[in-house]
Design a protein around this ligand. Structure first.
Ligand SMILES: [Zn+2]
Length: 433
């Protein structure tokens, strides 16, 4: 885990009562930054009708305040039906935003996002499972605010970034069991069984799957019939681009099974986002045929009024950007090491990364996000609790059986049951036999 850093700001304590005028004044101060232009294109060829996208370029952190806009681009690749993908498309964004207090500055809002994403993913999964419907979905959820890109992902859809300087970065995780030994160990320890399909004579074929159910993924939203150890806790990564911008490619496995990251970017370089998305999907289908739903979202983050297709800048000479004492440079982190360095790898800063399956770690409240949660409200589902109710995420229930206000963040009893089930401490709600 890397720590949250790169955020200044005040430390907060106790109740957060701030007048609207003071909040707007702080907003105006923090918003005196150059905002990029965001252009996007999407293309999709359907085989099963289980890929869905969410494209919202004009969300507002403070409703009615046009200077607080942010964009959301998300891809949901459903399996075993499309109900989970549709449910996540319709509910996930609001569940994430509900987990962020309303009185935060922009920097605080960005700092609170990773935890809100965790809460929103779990709440969406829990609510969907309570509807007693089968099916599941991958989610690749991208929030762009200014030059800061935050990506939360479960499953095997992927998001890659090519910075204007010409370096590539993975912003999502791959939760395929075949490629993720750590996740296989987690599921096995939680009571799941992982193995390949066995033919007569003991011959094993195909990728690693989780049984019962035969799912190839370790994380998703939905999949009630597989087991609670298939968790919805997302990998979250947050980076800050330089004001030269970059291009994001968000695609379902239909693309990545056919094309390498590098060739995908090469095919689309210099093309407008919508043309690029179409070309990527067309190429993927040419290579592998239409064997799966194949969807691609291309998002260009451009310097203002540079409304031309994304192109790499020539190598920058001279001084490198001064290193922020709180910042980790991408090249220092194995998972963020550029796939290829043509030019400067130093212009994209990591602000946050955590892919842990431990809910206590993901909801922890270390500086500077301490107190950026609502007291006496469940940290996952946001239900209000009475004083003394709930269970501390970090400490469990105290000796007296009651939690104290300073034990937070707290979970309601229902979310505590969900937490224990995800950790293999309770039987799953339902298993397919
Ligand atoms: Zn709850």
């Amino acid at each position: 885990m890397s720590s949250r850093d790169g955020y200044g700001g005040e430390s907060w304590g106790g109740d957060r009562l701030i007048s609207l005028s003071a909040l707007l004044k702080r907003e105006l101060t923090s918003e005196k930054i150059e905002k990029p232009d965001i252009l996007h294109g999407v293309a999709s060829l359907s085989k099963k009708g289980e890929d869905f996208t969410l494209l919202k370029s004009e969300c507002q952190r403070i409703p009615g305040n046009g200077s607080t806009t942010f964009s959301v681009f998300a891809l949901f690749d459903g399996h075993n039906g499309c109900t989970a993908a549709i449910y996540a498309k319709e509910n996930l964004l609001s569940n994430i935003l509900c987990a962020i207090p309303s009185d935060l500055t922009r920097d605080e809002w960005l700092a609170a996002l990773p935890r809100a994403l965790v809460a929103g993913f779990i709440k969406t999964d829990k609510d969907f499972q309570n509807k007693a419907q089968v099916s599941g979905t991958t989610v690749t959820f991208v929030i762009i605010d200014g030059w800061v890109v935050t990506v939360a992902s479960v499953g095997d859809s992927r998001c890659v970034l090519e910075s204007a300087e010409g370096s590539f970065y993975h912003l999502s995780a791959d939760h395929r069991l075949e490629d993720n030994k750590e996740e296989v160990e987690r599921i096995t320890a939680s009571g799941g069984e992982v193995g390949r399909v066995n033919l007569v004579g003991g011959v094993e074929i195909g990728p690693l799957r989780c049984w019962p159910g035969g799912l190839c993924l370790s994380r998703s939203i939905g999949d009630k019939d597989v087991g609670e150890f298939i968790i919805p806790i997302p990998h979250v990564k947050q980076v800050k681009l330089s004001n030269a911008g970059g291009r994001l490619i968000i695609s379902s496995d239909g693309v990545w099974d056919a094309l390498s990251f590098e060739s995908t970017l090469n095919y689309s370089r210099g093309l407008p986002a919508d043309v690029a998305a179409n070309k990527i999907v067309k190429k993927a289908v040419q290579v592998k045929g239409l064997r799966d739903d194949t969807t691609c979202i291309v998002v260009d983050i451009l310097p203002p009024e540079k409304l031309s297709p994304f192109v790499m800048l020539p190598k920058k000479q001279g001084k490198r950007k001064k290193k922020n004492k709180y910042s980790k440079k991408l090249y220092e982190l194995p998972s963020l090491r550029p796939i290829r360095n043509f030019f400067e790898p130093f212009m994209v800063e990591e602000l946050f990364e955590d892919g842990s399956a431990e809910l206590a770690q993901r909801l922890n409240t270390v500086h500077p996000v301490c107190n950026m949660f609502k007291q006496l409200v469940c940290a996952v589902c946001q239900v209000e609790m009475k004083p003394g109710e709930g269970v501390s995420v970090l400490r469990g229930t105290s000796d007296s059986g009651k939690v104290r206000p300073w034990d937070g963040p707290l979970l309601c009893l229902s979310c505590q049951v969900k937490k224990e089930a995800m950790e293999g401490k309770r039987p799953s709600i339902e298993r397919r036999i």
